[in-house]
Design a protein around this ligand. Sequence first.
Ligand SMILES: Nc1ncnc2c1ncn2[C@@H]1O[C@H](COP(=O)(O)OP(=O)(O)OP(=O)(O)O)[C@@H](O)[C@H]1O
Ligand SMILES: [Mg+2]
Length: 330
Amino acid sequence: MISFKNVAKRYGDEIVAVNDVDFTVEEGKIVVLLGPSGCGKTTLLRMVNRLESISEGEIIINNENSKDLDAIELRRKIGYVIQSNGLFPNMTIEENVMLVPDLLGWSKKDKRGRFEYLMKLIGLDAHDYGKRLPHELSGGQQQRIGVVRALAADPPVMLMDEPFGALDPIIRDKIQEEFLQIQREVKKTILFVSHDIDEAIKMADKIVLLRDGEIMQFDTPSKMLSHPKNEFVSQFFGKDRAIKSLSLHTVEDLQKIIGLGPVDESIQDTKTINIHQDLRNTLSMLMNQEADQVIVKNDQNENIGTITIDLVQKYLHFEIKGKMSASQEG
Ligand SMILES: Nc1ncnc2c1ncn2[C@@H]1O[C@H](COP(=O)(O)OP(=O)(O)OP(=O)(O)O)[C@@H](O)[C@H]1O
Ligand SMILES: [Mg+2]
């Protein structure tokens, strides 16, 4: 757990980078710090592992006040991933990943076992990649290594500052999925910085939306999209809030509320999607291809119906926009 209690950060007399910030990242959850450039995201993150001092208030990490902890020890206990992966160019991948376990004096056997486990998580062969240097990997692979390096000594808490920011959209999407998959297994307490709305909606259990160092809203992605607390929040998520929130709903949700279309077995070459696919991806898939229908498969790989743009529109209109306008009236 990480708790910010009325935290402020000033640089000199003039600059207030963070003001009266108060929120908690519950154990095993991901909180995303979101907001425009300069709003204080990185500063907040760096105060947790004491790379920045705290001007006012306090930060409690798993029931201990960060100021009572030794800074070096604190950093060892907290995994930290930065945008430019931060790998050491002259060290092999295995040496890079095992840096903290090495500092902690782990045995050779324990380190090797851990390295193999971590490489498996990201689908890279430990034997082959372990001996390579960072520049012998693609950008996406390097970023994955940055992530598992932060996980190496199994820290309960992770800080991630735009860890996937430098990647192109397709790789980025993949790594986000992969990371969420890993998180389901490792259940770390994570503070994650992003300035990308889609990434925040996808990754966050809760979002802290900041402006000029102050919290505008602290809520779940779906609450923030459907019940923005003020003009800044609704502007920030934009007019297509409704479409963005499609990513929080699945084909199965649509099936339950308005039902799927019938399967026309005579049509050849139709594309298929899984029932757990989110509706935003489904919509873009429908818009990017010529086929009128996409067949929906359940987990047993059976065809259970079809989905069309019309159905997604209907769902958007009644289920999402309907609820948004109801909440504005009430
Ligand atoms: N060392 C410093 N001295 C003075 N001001 C600073 C210092 N570091 C940060 N600031 C100021 O504090 C504010 C918050 O900066 P911060 O780096 O936390 O923003 P950010 O939200 O991470 O932005 P970005 O999205 O661009 O990374 C900014 O106004 C910045 O100019
Ligand atoms: Mg930053």
